[in-house]
Design a protein around this ligand. Sequence first.
Ligand code: ADP
Ligand code: MG
Length: 256
Amino acid sequence: MSEPEVIMEALHVCKSYPASDGRWLRANEDVSLQLVKGKTLGLVGESGCGKSTFMRFLVALDRPDSGQILYRGQDITALRGEKLRQTRRHIQMVFQDPGASFNPKMRVRDIVCEPLLNFGLIAPKERAAVCRSLLEMVELPGDFEDRYPHSMSGGQRQRVAIARALALQPEILILDEATSSVDTRTEIEIQKAMDNLMKGRTSFVIAHRLSTIRDADLILVMKDGDIIEQGRHEELLAAGGFYANLYNSQFEDVVA
Ligand code: ADP
Ligand code: MG
């Protein structure tokens, strides 16, 4: 077997925010992890434990106080301008509430193709056709290219956001799963689209519903900004620790 190819790596990442009581809140505490080519990494933990904070560093939307974020060996926290823009192209992210960031006046074809237009990779007249093929990947009908965001369900908007993230054929796909509850059918729709997309792709998924990352190649468990457990779903369940508690309490919620 060949060595796993590490595409992205975080080394000793720390971040604190000033808290309302005048003290400092440590949102990320010495976080290190690796994204391996073709593998799905999952991140779970209670709300407020520091998941989204960390994720923003991977796409250089924010910088850690200390530590490194390496993409193919290069520290992206030091990149600026055009170099940063070119790197971002390879690392695309779907935010927690992607629908909220859509411009309500833009049609789906403009939303989905915006990254391609920005990088000059397609001409405006190609939008509709390109959009249709991207929508197909997330199992949305082609005629959605003509729609506005307000006329879609939450699950459909989520899939439009995924189609947009895929437009640049990124090497790494990062997903911060929506916290807002969706109905079971929508959840299944999103899950199906995500499963298809993550197959063979290097991805990093922050999951709120643990069902989302059951099949991840490796799951990291975060608590108070620190990675406290890691393993595959079955291993973590068998270990009977924090992940197992989290999983069992979610399951009880569903049953209750
Ligand atoms: P998660 O995504 O796991 O729910 P976050 O990374 O969003 O958690 O937040 C981690 C902690 O950092 C929380 O206590 C949150 O209130 C705090 N935090 C996040 N962003 C900021 C910010 N920009 N300013 C101040 N505190 C923040
Ligand atoms: Mg979050």
